[in-house]
Write a protein that binds this ligand. Sequence first.
Ligand code: ADP
Ligand code: MG
Length: 367
Amino acid sequence: MGVVVKNLTKTFQSQKTDFAAVRDVSFEVEEGALVALLGPSGSGKSTILRMIAGLEQPDSGEIFLGGENVTRLATQKRGVGFVFQNYALFKQLTVFQNIAFGLQVQGAPRAEIKGRVSELLELLGLKDLGRRYPHQLSGGQRQRVALARALAPRPKVLLLDEPFGAIDAKIRKELREWLRTLHDEMHVTSLFVTHDQEEALEICDHIYVMNQGVIEQGGTPEEIYKRPATEFVANFVGLMNIHDAVVKDGKLSIGPYSFPGNGGNGLAEGDRIRVFFRPQDIYISGASNAYAMHARIVRRSFLGVSIKLEIEAEHGFRFIAIIPEHVFYNEKLAEGAAISYQIEEFHYVNLRAGKGMKKLVFADYEI
Ligand code: ADP
Ligand code: MG
């Protein structure tokens, strides 16, 4: 069962002013998909989730679950399951009883409850923990029990609000994988709220990026990462190099790169342009003739499987590059080393014309 949200608006009254937490938001979650609402704290993600769950009433707009308009329907009648960061387990019940809870409320037969709970214990790697109490579990195990409890009554839609927020980095990563695996087994339509871009990129089929109560962009993880539609998305999802420049003598110059103002880019003399390029979109070589541009490595830092380089080219053009570790060693790179480089792709926002982001056309650039 899919989710459709149409023109949802929610305003909260504070002492003096009204505050629009969600402004005319529309989006869809296809049946069986795992979709993220990704945005910084305060962007309206939880408010949207709470309206879909029926815990908050929208000022205007409509919510459809499986084609049925549920905007005015009580929470219990919507068939949604939740996992929230602070949605604690029942302390006095065992793991088994916690997971069975929703089915018991529904009055399911005992044998069916036993079968369903056993299946979920197995799926979530909790097989031997059924008799334990929540205080006898680790944080990661508790959140897996919370997932199992939400899924037990076979909800039509699963709503997850920063479910792994309070858990440390390593276990968070494991939990993401559990969620993805579980989703691939059960295909429950799921909406996953997070402020962690890595989490959203890694496990979701589709991402909506939120900012200040509106959706800035919706797309697959690749689309959001490779073709950010706005400056906000470019900055929020992944690392970005940013340089401002003014169109002068018909050209836009970024370090040694020069782009034609007219032609494909349609820039006017005097336009202020903000240019973006990803640290991962840069080729680097220790050989001076491998690429056309030349620079020096100022600093390197180790990021695990990749290496981050601070690079300084002529005329004070500085940027960050991220390269795979093996490239760093194969190319015999080091701090202070001379390199040649090439930036593969630039995007820009015309600060005069508005916030939409476009790809810069290289055309016949000169060095
Ligand atoms: P997010 O989940 O993205 O962090 P929220 O949906 O919780 O954002 O909140 C969006 C905005 O609405 C925030 O500025 C928050 O302070 C405000 N807000 C949320 N709930 C209430 C409420 N019950 N009363 C007043 N303001 C609220
Ligand atoms: Mg929130």
